[in-house]
Design a protein around this ligand. Structure first.
Ligand code: F0G
Length: 353
């Protein structure tokens, strides 16, 4: 039986006897070796498949902690702003914990699968005519005035739960990692990983901390450009964020880890997204592919140390965004009669079988 992260890492988390041991079976996601990608960039690349968490994204690690603490503190409702995954995760854990859930989202910019999840889990969905940054601002204000627990990553419990991914990578790999590459949106994830690696180092779980490499979408690259982007724009809607809440923590992660935060274009993200499915058999969502896009960009510039051990975090499942998936294929499906002769002709037209 899956006992979840709060049980497994209780001694490394702010878990007390009063904390409900909430779980949907989060964590313990696969770490898969990517042969072709490794060949391409002359390093050893492992993909951390965070899209295999219970709601299909990495958010479940931090959300289980935040919702358990909200429950422990007697809250009856949680609220978040979201580009989609946070809302799906909050809605699921709120449902499990018996809390109400309100989600505020940028209207028209949340992928279909994520929207469907939040709705089916029973959250109250409030779309706004604005972007994620505006949604976050308004939920922060509201949660200060009313007894509704804010479960965005500005809630420190989110980063606490999220940091468990760093412990898990060490356990799965059985050795230290040189570089961790991941997408950056609101910048909670990179901050949490860095916290996790630093703590793992303190308790001698690892002998050295990795360099953190974060990648923003070019049209939403606030940290890279060192300025707030008023109208962030990228087809990777999960990271369409112009004023990341954990900006300072992400910069700290970059500095302390001697890492880097760089940007990738939508075209580079799309190429990585297609390459992952065509060559590695992995279907992730566009924002997730920005970590691989970033690795490829750095490899092209000769900036990937040869033979380095790299973990690239694929934050969300490809099924979250079926619209982008179908657009990327751009193929109309025409049914045939189902007759064997016709089928044989069609199959042998394209290739020798
Ligand atoms: N990848 C995916 C699939 C995401 O959903 C997000 C953020 C990120 C990467 C970036 O992580 O914000 O910690 O830097 N999604 C948030 C949401 C903003 O509302 O679901 P971050």
């Amino acid at each position: 039986m899956s006992q979840g992260l709060l049980h497994k890492y209780a001694s490394l988390l702010p878990v007390t006897d009063q904390t409900p041991r909430l779980t949907l079976g989060e964590g313990a996601t696969p770490l898969v070796y990517a042969e072709k990608l490794s060949d391409r960039i002359q390093a050893h690349v492992y993909l951390k498949l965070e899209g295999l968490n219970p709601t299909g994204s990495f958010k479940d690690r931090g959300m289980v902690m935040a919702v358990a603490k909200a429950k422990e503190e007697g809250a009856s409702a949680v609220i978040c702003a979201s580009t989609g995954n946070t809302s799906a995760s909050a809605a699921a854990y709120a449902s499990k914990a018996g809390l109400s859930c309100f989600v505020v989202i940028p209207h028209g910019y949340v992928a279909l699968g994520k929207l469907a999840q939040a709705m089916v889990y029973g959250a109250d969905i409030i779309p706004i005519k604005g972007n994620f940054d505006q949604a976050l601002q308004v939920v922060r204000q509201l949660s200060e005035k009313h007894p509704i627990s804010l479960v965005n990553s500005v809630n420190p419990y989110r980063l606490e739960g999220q940091k468990t991914a760093a412990f898990e990578i060490r356990e799965q790999l059985g050795r230290d990692v040189d570089i961790v590459a991941l997408p950056v949106g609101n910048a909670g994830n990179i901050s949490a990983y860095w916290k996790g690696f630093k703590e793992a180092h303190q308790v001698q779980m690892i002998s050295k901390t990795p360099h953190m490499w974060g990648f923003e979408a070019e049209g939403a690259a606030a940290i890279v450009k060192n300025k707030v982007i008023e109208n962030p724009d990228t087809f990777a809607t999960a990271i369409r964020i112009g004023n990341p809440a954990s900006w300072d923590l992400a910069v700290q992660a970059r500095e302390e880890s001697q890492g880097d935060i760089d940007d990738v274009t939508d075209e580079q993200i799309r190429e990585a997204y297609e390459l992952l499915s065509a060559e590695e058999g992995i279907f992730c969502e566009p924002a997730s592919a920005s970590s691989v896009a970033g690795l490829l960009k750095k490899a092209n510039k000769g900036q990937v140390p040869e033979g380095a051990t790299i973990v690239s975090v694929l934050t969300g499942n490809g099924l979250k965004d079926p619209t982008t998936a179908m657009d990327s294929i751009n193929q109309e499906l025409e049914p045939i009669s189902g007759d064997e002769e016709e089928l044989t002709k069609l199959i042998f037209k394209h290739q020798e079988v």
